[in-house]
Write a protein of this length. Structure first.
Length: 278
């Protein structure tokens, strides 16, 4: 028997591959990883499409109770469903290592993820450098170490995909310290917030006489709900995207490096959207 990791793609139930659907139909237990991304539909719609019950696997179950996920996987097929591609998050690599440690066979069914679908904005995938993650700042914690990777990419003329923070089933410091299983409402970073934080990083660098390739006038692309029917893409200057509404989550941000004329021509269609929205 096998522990399957099945990518669901970025949209709704029908984005699953034929191979992935066959695995799901034959699996004895089905789990849906429910904290690193979101789909355009709910669990009920997935169950209706699959014709089988699906159990939500939150962060606690995946990271702290993997025994539940892997239980009986030597005797029956277990399908672990991941929005996007199974290797889109390091958590899933760790889960595979746990299966290997228990001598449980595993197979991966790949699918589209933001890592390749980002090409929809017209910037060529082979011109992207290292991907970065931007986290929510707090009053006392404002990390900016990710910026070094953006700067390195820009120095080489490469684009940067910025993955934006998701807070699902998070505890406040007080509840965490008191051991109370009380969780904060889900929060999804917008491209606007990411741009504000990037502008602050630029200002902080300037105060310390550090020159940056990234500037308020740098071309960036804000994207929302990629792979959904209502996806939106807006290209504009970094400073202008702070006030540009691209709708509900999930959002991503791309910082453009040096562009080929073909990339510039493709991106132009989204600049028009930006102008119309102002």
């Amino acid at each position: 028997m096998v522990f399957y990791l099945v990518g669901l793609g970025l949209g709704g139930p029908k984005d699953v591959t034929v191979k992935g659907l066959e695995v799901i139909k034959s699996a004895s237990r089905i789990y849906l990883e429910a904290y690193t991304s979101i789909l355009s539909c709910g669990k009920d719609e997935l169950e209706a499409f699959y014709g089988k019950p699906v159990t939500l696997a939150d962060r606690d179950m995946v990271e702290q109770d993997s025994e539940t996920l892997l239980a009986d996987a030597k005797e029956l097929d277990v399908a672990f469903l991941v929005i996007g591609d199974p290797f889109g998050a390091t958590t899933h690599s760790d889960l595979i290592l746990r299966a290997v440690d228990k001598n449980i066979p595993y197979k991966v069914v790949h699918n589209a993820s933001i890592m390749n679908a980002i090409g929809c904005c017209g910037l060529q995938l082979y011109n992207f450098g290292e991907t970065v993650s931007i986290v929510f700042w707090t009053d006392t914690w404002k990390p900016d170490s990710f910026y070094d990777k953006i700067e390195s990419n820009l120095q080489r003329g490469l684009h940067t995909l910025c993955l934006l923070d998701i807070k699902v089933k998070e505890q406040s410091i007080e509840n965490l310290m008191r051991g109370r299983k009380v969780y904060e409402p889900p929060r999804y970073m917008t491209a606007n917030t990411a741009c504000k934080q990037l502008l602050q990083v630029i200002d902080n660098k300037a105060l310390n006489n550090i020159k940056t390739k990234l500037q308020p006038d740098s071309m960036c692309v804000a994207l929302s709900r990629i792979g959904w029917d209502n996806q939106k893409i807006v290209a504009s200057k970094l400073k202008d995207l702070v006030n540009c509404d691209i709708g509900p989550p999930l959002h991503s941000l791309v910082i453009a490096g040096e562009m080929h004329p073909l990339e510039e021509d493709f991106l132009a269609q989204f600049k028009l959207v930006a102008e119309n929205s102002e």
